[in-house]
Design a protein. Structure first.
Length: 513
């Protein structure tokens, strides 16, 4: 397994072609996924830009990271596409995404937060982001076993990289989930502002042109059997297992019953009223909107309303082009990729206010009508802007009749989410760790900027990395040590007071999660 990002990108391109996945879509997923994993590492944006052949700048890096943070706990669109395929090539593609996560964790100055993010993101690409709770004892899930095998090598590589630098040690304050990264020259960074006039020497050697491993051709005799599709009852049971979201579950059950009977009436040859299947999800970040949208796609496919049931997640940047006329083409291409499933548009109100966004909306309305029999669109965002967004566009208002509000999680629900994340990843929380979680939660400002479940997940990712760092000198840790998260794993070191200098115009002045 190579840990050079450029080599893993080359391998991913080959794997995509073998699996029948669009190489451009695969590369786009890799950009977002790798940036989201590496953003907590100091100086990672320089190595990231070098790997993708970009001019050294933090702007494209953090733009990609913003798009990719959702994939630290969910599969990317191409991973979802590969999961629906059978055969060794599809498996090899998802493994290539795991290798991208691993390589991204080693960009810049590797830290424990990136290691934890790589582990969870990689498991998500293999379809193991939210497995059933394991039995006591050793992990049995294949994805966790695979990461268990890779973890020693990853940690050894990180420690070797750290040993190369005699001037500074790993700063664990960057493991704080509320601090999404450090850029040289910004407040809180111990690195000087780099001179971007001359490109820095590569930290890793460039790979030979043919070093990328060729995934094996699919062998009919050894092809992975297609996974059985879930029934409506199984999808609804999975929905009911989610923590909190009582009103959301009730509305999804109601919509399912209505659409199921409507489908049965149509099958029996009876007249059916026109029922709008498109939905508006409103609420603050981290309240489960994307997770529920993925379940809606599965439910509608199980009912027979959708032919495939995939979820395609986009935002304004993936619908709007740089010139008038191109936006319509770009939006139509996105809709085509979502046909047969659900198109999930996050922060859809960002399309308001200019002619480019208006062009995207008009194209979307037309495509929704043309593909009304095999496409569902879900728009999501903050409550007030979403209400205004739908009301200001008559074409949308007639198609989005159902709005589902996602409330913030309570303290007890967030603690259950954190505990569930740990349990499903084969970790145990000692009593002091649970107390520390509640202490940190009590100090959070609970306004519209609070991350809800995302905050709990980020805290867990950072704890995984600190746990690995705490055991770095234990040659043969016991099973209990490997499984137990302690209170200290949740506590970041205090940020040191460091003088800093202003940076250039191409550097972001402030990093936000």
């Amino acid at each position: 397994m190579t840990t050079d990002l450029r080599a893993t990108l080359a391998a991913l391109d080959v794997a995509a072609r073998h699996a029948g996945i669009d190489p451009e879509a695969a590369a786009d997923d890799a950009r977002a996924l790798s940036a989201a994993v590496a953003e907590s590492n100091r100086g990672s944006y320089l190595a990231w830009c070098e790997a993708f052949g970009l001019t050294p700048s933090a702007t494209p890096f953090y733009d990609a990271a913003s798009r990719g943070r959702r994939y630290r706990g969910l599969p990317t669109p191409t991973a979802t596409q590969a999961a629906a395929l059978s055969g060794a090539a599809a498996v090899a593609y998802r493994q290539a995404l795991v290798d991208v996560c691993t390589a991204a964790a080693l960009l810049g100055e590797p830290g424990p937060t990136a290691m934890g993010a790589a582990q969870l993101a990689g498991a998500a690409q293999l379809g193991a982001a939210m497995p059933a709770p394991p039995a006591p004892g050793l992990p049995t899930d294949s994805a966790h076993q695979d990461f268990a095998r890779q973890a020693p090598a990853i940690l050894a590589d990180v420690l070797a990289r750290l040993g190369e630098s005699q001037q500074r040690m790993l700063d664990l304050n960057r493991g704080d989930p509320l601090t999404p990264g450090a850029i040289p020259g910004l407040p809180g960074s111990a690195l000087p502002t780099p001179n971007l006039g001359s490109a820095p020497a590569p930290s890793t050697p460039a790979p030979a042109p043919v070093t990328a491993a060729q995934p094996p051709e699919p062998d009919p005799a050894e092809a992975t059997p297609e996974q059985p599709k879930k029934s409506v009852e199984e999808w609804l049971a999975e929905l009911d297992e989610l923590i909190g979201l009582a009103s959301v579950k009730t509305e999804i059950h109601r919509q399912t019953a209505i659409l199921r009977v409507d489908a049965l009436r149509a099958k029996a040859g009876l007249k059916s009223p026109t029922i709008t299947r498109h939905l508006v999800f409103t609420g603050n970040p981290g309240t489960g909107k994307t997770t529920v949208a993925r379940m809606v796609a599965g439910i509608y496919a199980a009912i027979g309303l959708l032919s495939k049931g995939q979820l395609i997640e986009v935002d304004r940047s993936e619908l709007v082009a740089g010139y008038l006329g191109q936006t319509a083409i770009k939006t139509a291409e996105v809709v085509a990729s979502a046909t047969g499933g659900v198109l999930f548009i996050d922060e859809a109100y960002s399309l308001n206010g200019d002619q480019y966004g208006e062009e995207a909306i008009n194209t979307l309305v037309k495509e929704m009508e043309d593909k009304r029999d095999d496409l569902v669109v879900i728009v999501a965002g903050y409550t007030s802007p979403m209400i205004e967004f739908v009301a200001n566009n008559p074409g949308l208002a007639s198609r989005f009749r159902t709005t589902i509000e996602f409330s913030d999680y309570t303290d007890d629900e967030l603690e259950k989410i954190f505990t569930q994340l740990a349990t499903r990843a084969d970790y145990d929380l000692d009593e002091a760790c649970a107390d520390e979680f509640r202490r940190q939660l009590s100090r959070q400002l609970r306004d519209h900027t609070f991350g809800n479940g995302r905050w709990a997940r980020n805290l867990f990712e950072a704890a995984i990395g600190r746990h690995a760092w705490r055991l770095r000198e234990v040659e043969e840790p016991t099973l209990e040590q490997l499984r137990t998260l302690a209170a200290e794993d949740l506590i970041p070191d205090p940020a040191p007071a460091i003088d800093w200098e202003p940076v250039g115009d191409d550097e972001p002045q402030e990093q936000q999660e």
